[in-house]
Design a protein around this ligand. Structure first.
Ligand SMILES: Nc1ncnc2c1ncn2[C@@H]1O[C@H](COP(=O)(O)OP(=O)(O)OP(=O)(O)O)[C@@H](O)[C@H]1O
Ligand SMILES: [Mg+2]
Length: 345
């Protein structure tokens, strides 16, 4: 059995070879504050965000695309592998996708904990590679291609040629940062505090990377910053745009920076092919047009952008030669035993 896990900052996608995507779960866990025991994981915890009693702590084990709590990641992988494999005796091969910004040490640690959590062998894949494959890009081409994955914690931009990543840059401006910007704006300009889930609703429903005509508005609940009383207010698309504008510019700058670093031949290829956007954040209204204006390049959003990475892991399962070409290798329990022995020498 082969399982793919897209370990994202906001969501975890599960892919099973032969079945496709079998689950999409929020990257959160609830732990008992007193004992540290994990009580619940994933979607059932999501609605508790900002509403949890003191006895429960809500943990986001990935922050800004970096793993901040390995024990929760371990609990999550173990839970999902068990759920997918049931009582099967043969341990699965697990492909795990991590943001490109994860360090070598963290990568080793993730592999170790995936094996401890029940994988027979585990292989780590960089997010931009999986995203590009899942977006339907043909990476075997000699021509350079550019993909930008705008997730919750990070925006990963990469240029590919002949199946491998040539340039990869990662920035911390993505979905979460846009929500924080909306929260800050409403506190500053409207004297209202709103929770994280509300900020996300504003972003998804009326948020935009270019001004909307006509302007849209939605009713929102929050808390007065002054009296601390609950309040209702209407937030407009213009306000959401103004709140996010600076961060959106930073995303455009990240892409422009990668284009500037790209050697001329490949830059010419990208000029022909345009830019492909993946990740949930690519769904922000007007983003592709805004990036097109900022870079002068055709920009398209991949179909089902939030699922590209998981689909890309599925493609890698079917094309093991791509793993070799990108120097990805499976690690097994034995390798890790050897690694541990060498470390202890
Ligand atoms: N319609 C929408 N408009 C704007 N943003 C959206 C929309 N739908 C989802 N998002 C945002 O997409 C982000 C999640 O995308 P995705 O699932 O690709 O992230 P992730 O893989 O968990 O994060 P990362 O890759 O950074 O670790 C969230 O910030 C979410 O609010
Ligand atoms: Mg992601």
């Amino acid at each position: 059995m082969q399982i793919g896990i897209d370990l994202g900052t906001t969501s975890i996608l599960l892919y099973v070879k032969g079945k496709g995507i079998v689950g999409r779960e929020a990257s959160v866990a609830a732990i008992e504050t007193a004992t540290g025991d994990v009580l619940a994981i994933g979607n059932e915890v999501y609605q508790m965000v900002g509403r949890n009693p003191d006895s429960l702590e809500i943990i986001h084990p990935m922050r800004d695309g970096v793993i901040s709590d390995f024990s929760i990641i371990y609990a999550m992988i173990e839970h999902y592998v068990k759920k997918i494999c049931g009582k099967r005796l043969l341990k699965p091969s697990v492909f795990i996708c991590t943001p490109a910004s994860v360090t070598e040490l963290e990568r080793s640690a993730i592999l170790e904990l995936a094996i401890a959590a029940g994988a027979g062998r585990a292989c780590l894949v960089d997010e931009p590679l999986a995203a590009a494959l899942g977006a339907g890009m043909d990476l075997s081409l000699t021509a350079g291609q550019l993909v930008a994955d705008i997730g919750g914690g990070t925006t990963d931009v990469a240029v590919f040629t002949m199946g491998s990543i040539t340039i990869a840059r990662s920035g911390k401006v993505a979905g979460n940062a846009l929500e924080d910007a909306i929260t800050r704006y409403l506190r500053r300009e409207r004297n209202v505090l709103v929770g994280r889930l509300t900020a996300e609703e504003i972003k998804k429903q009326i948020g935009c990377a270019q001004l909307r005509h006509p302007e849209l508005g939605i009713p929102v609940r929050g808390q007065s910053y002054i009296s601390r009383m609950p309040v209702k207010l209407e937030v407009t698309s213009t306000e959401a745009y103004l709140a996010m504008r600076e961060h959106l510019r930073e995303i455009a700058e990240l892409i422009r920076g990668v284009l500037e670093e790209t050697p001329p031949e490949m830059a010419g290829d990208i000029f022909e092919q345009g830019i492909t956007l993946t990740g949930g954040g690519a769904q922000l209204q007007g983003l592709s047009q805004m990036l097109k204006d900022a870079t002068g390049l055709e920009t398209r959003v991949a179909p089902n952008p939030a699922f590209c990475v998981a689909h890309g892991l599925g493609i890698l399962m079917d094309k093991p030669e791509l793993l070799r070409e990108n120097n990805y290798a499976f690690r097994t329990d034995d390798d890790i035993g050897e690694f541990e022995r060498n470390r202890n020498l």
